[in-house]
Ligand binder design. Structure first.
Ligand SMILES: [Zn+2]
Ligand SMILES: [Zn+2]
Length: 332
C-alpha cells in the first residue's frame, strides 16, 4: 500500500512495517542501545493518554475545554518559548514574559529549556546527518519519536559539545527550571490541571489528571514531533530546494505555526518562522509575540524577509540569464 503524500511516496505495507519494527528492536536490543528510562516513560504516558481518552465521557465539559485550551497554551511554551526565544534567540523578552514562557513550557513537559535548546541547536547545525538527534534520514518513526527510545548516536553527543550554551547558562529563569527538572515539569503538566479542574468546578481529581493532564500532554507531544517527522519529509521547498525541511500546513495547524519549516531552516533567526504574515500563513505564535511587542514586553524581533528578497532577486536573475543562454543555443 503506497500513498502519494505531498509529492513523496509513503509505503504503508503492514507486513513490511512489522518486519522492520521487529528487526529494529532486535538490533537495538543486541547493541544494548535502548534508552530504557525514556522508553518506559514514553510508553507509560501513552498508556495514560489512552486511559484519558476513555475517561472523556465521564468528564465535565469544563475539563474537556481546559484540555483543549491547554493545547495552544502549552504549545506556545514550546514554539514561542523554548524554540523561538531560547533556542534561536529570535527576539528579546522582558523577564515577566520569560517567566510566563518558562511556566507554560514546564506545563508542556518536553524536557528542560536548557536540554531542549541544546538538542535543537544541534538539530539545526547538523540536520539530516548522524549528528542530528532526530535525523529524518533514519525514517519517519525515528524522526518522530523513535529517537527518544534509543541512546543518542555518538556523533550527536560529540556535536553537542562543540556548541555554546553560555546565553542559556546566563539566564536564571532557564537555570532555575533546569535545577527543578523533572519534578516541577511533572507537577505543572499533570497535577496542576487536575487541581484546577478539581477546585475550579468540582471535577474528580483523576479525571482532570488523565484528560487535561495525560491525554492533552501526549497530543501536544505528537504535534511537536510532527515538526521533526512530517515537516522534514512532506511539503514544498521554495526557499532551499536541497534541504529536507518543508512547508507543511498540516503541521502548522498542529504546532501553532511551526510547520513553515523550509523557511525556518533557511532562516532560523526569524521570529515569525515563516515568510508571510498571519493572514496568509497560520501562525498564532507570531501573533502572540507581536501582542507582547505591542505592550512593550518584547523587543528586537528579527526578520529575514529582506535577506530572502535579495536572494530571490539573485536567483531570478540567474534563471533569466541561463534561460537566455539556452534560447541562444536553441536559435543557433
Ligand atoms: Zn527541523
Ligand atoms: Zn528551530
Amino acid at each position: 500500500m503506497t500513498f502519494n503524500f505531498w509529492g513523496r511516496s509513503l509505503t504503508l505495507n503492514p507486513f513490511t512495517l512489522i518486519k522492520d519494527t521487529v528487526e529494529t528492536v532486535v538490533y537495538h536490543w543486541k547493541n544494548k542501545s535502548i534508552n530504557w528510562p525514556m522508553a518506559i516513560y514514553i510508553t507509560l504516558v501513552h498508556m495514560a493518554a489512552v486511559l484519558g481518552f476513555c475517561t472523556i465521557q465521564d468528564c465535565k465539559w469544563q475539563t474537556c475545554l481546559l484540555a483543549f485550551v491547554l493545547w495552544p497554551i502549552t504549545g506556545l511554551g514550546i514554539t514561542g518559548g523554548v524554540h523561538r526565544l531560547w533556542a534561536h534567540r529570535s527576539y528579546d523578552a522582558h523577564w515577566s514574559v520569560r517567566v510566563f514562557m518558562m511556566l507554560i513550557n514546564s506545563m508542556a513537559n518536553q524536557g528542560s529549556i536548557y536540554h531542549w535548546s541544546r538538542d535543537h541547536r544541534v538539530h539545526h547545525k547538523y540536520s539530516e546527518t548522524d549528528a542530528d538527534p532526530h535525523n529524518a534520514k533514519r525514517g519517519f518513526f525515528f524522526a518522530h519519536m523513535g529517537w527518544l527510545y534509543v541512546k543518542k548516536h555518538p556523533e550527536v553527543i560529540k556535536a553537542g559539545r562543540t556548541l555554546s550554551y553560555a546565553d542559556l547558562e546566563a539566564d536564571p529563569i532557564v537555570m532555575f527550571q533546569d535545577s527543578m527538572d523533572p519534578w516541577f515539569a511533572l507537577f505543572m503538566c499533570f497535577v496542576l490541571p487536575a487541581m484546577v479542574a478539581n477546585r475550579g468546578w468540582g471535577e474528580d481529581f483523576w479525571h482532570g489528571f488523565w484528560v487535561a493532564g495525560a491525554l492533552r500532554y501526549v497530543m501536544v507531544l505528537h504535534f511537536t514531533w510532527f515538526v521533526n517527522s512530517a515537516a522534514h519529509m512532506f511539503g514544498d521547498h521554495p526557499y532551499d530546494h536541497k534541504s529536507w525541511p518543508s512547508e507543511n500546513p498540516f503541521v502548522s495547524i498542529c504546532a501553532i505555526g511551526e510547520g513553515w519549516h523550509n523557511w525556518h531552516h533557511k532562516y532560523p533567526f526569524d521570529y515569525a518562522a515563516s515568510e508571510f504574515g498571519v493572514s496568509t500563513q497560520f501562525n498564532p505564535t507570531k501573533m502572540l509575540i507581536d501582542g507582547f511587542a505591542k505592550i512593550g514586553l518584547v523587543t528586537n524581533r528579527k526578520r529575514a524577509v529582506g535577506a530572502w528578497s535579495k536572494l530571490k532577486e539573485r536567483r531570478d536573475n540567474e534563471e533569466r540569464s541561463s534561460g537566455g543562454a539556452a534560447d541562444k543555443i536553441k536559435s543557433t
